[in-house]
Ligand binder design. Structure first.
Ligand code: SAH
Length: 214
């Protein structure tokens, strides 16, 4: 990149995230430090910090920076929390959660994306992010329970196995919608055995494909 990525990241954080009301310092700090441009193909690196999603191949996308910040702040992450992400994609969201001090487990169903993200995690020294190639709608039972579960693809319903793999208290954030590419971002909280669901707004994610997805 011809331009200084650190400065562009600062601009991204100020103009796209802080200016839209996200003031969670832990999120802003993480997004200042993860080199987002390295999570996209070289030809797209100059657009890496723009205010929109970008293609990562195989019909998938890396989410818009604001959406990553929004979901990361909704999750209310405390250092040391175990977080399961469904939909590794480029690996960017997982890296942001890792920078926030979480113990991250991430599942991807598309093999080339899984392999690429693993390689990048190793190059960028995110050795502690655990990855798995699988249908994430069934969760990661052997590693459960998780304090937080984040699904970064949109399905028709909340996969029951994910709810069952939460700690109590725990939280699941997932885009849900009965039409493809248009969802409501649902925040599900589990407290003392009670489930509460909140609509956090409209979003547009790629499809969650699998046993409990499309
Ligand atoms: N979090 C990603 C963006 C993901 S795009 C990032 O930061 O770049 C959504 C991803 O979810 C795609 O890579 C898609 O292949 C994956 N996906 C869709 N259904 C899935 C499933 N059932 N299990 C695991 N991954 C899935």
């Amino acid at each position: 990149m011809a331009i200084d990525p650190k400065r562009i990241r600062e601009k991204m954080v100020q103009e796209q995230i802080a200016a839209r009301g996200i003031n969670d310092q832990q999120v802003l700090r993480a997004m200042r430090s993860v080199p987002r441009h390295l999570f996209v193909d070289e030809a797209l690196q100059a657009q890496g910090y723009e205010d929109h999603p970008l293609p990562i191949g195989h019909g998938q996308t890396i989410s818009q920076p604001y959406i990553v910040a929004l979901m990361s702040s909704i999750l209310d992450v405390k250092p040391g929390m175990k977080i399961l992400e469904i939909g590794t994609g480029s690996g960017y969201q997982a890296a942001v959660l890792a920078e926030m001090g979480a113990d991250v487990f991430t599942v991807e169903r598309v093999k080339p994306l899984y392999l690429k993200a693993r390689k990048l995690f190793s190059e960028l020294r995110y050795h502690y992010i655990k990855t798995k190639l699988d249908d994430g709608t069934t969760g990661w039972p052997e590693k459960s329970p998780f304090d937080r579960i984040l699904v970064t693809a949109g399905g028709p319903e909340i996969p029951q196995p994910l709810v069952e793999q939460l700690t109590d208290p725990g939280m699941l954030v997932i885009p849900v919608g009965d039409t493809k590419r248009h969802q409501k971002l649902i925040k599900l909280t589990l407290i003392n055995g009670d489930i509460k669901k909140e609509d956090m707004g409209s979003v547009a994610f790629v499809d969650l494909v699998g046993k409990f997805g499309w």
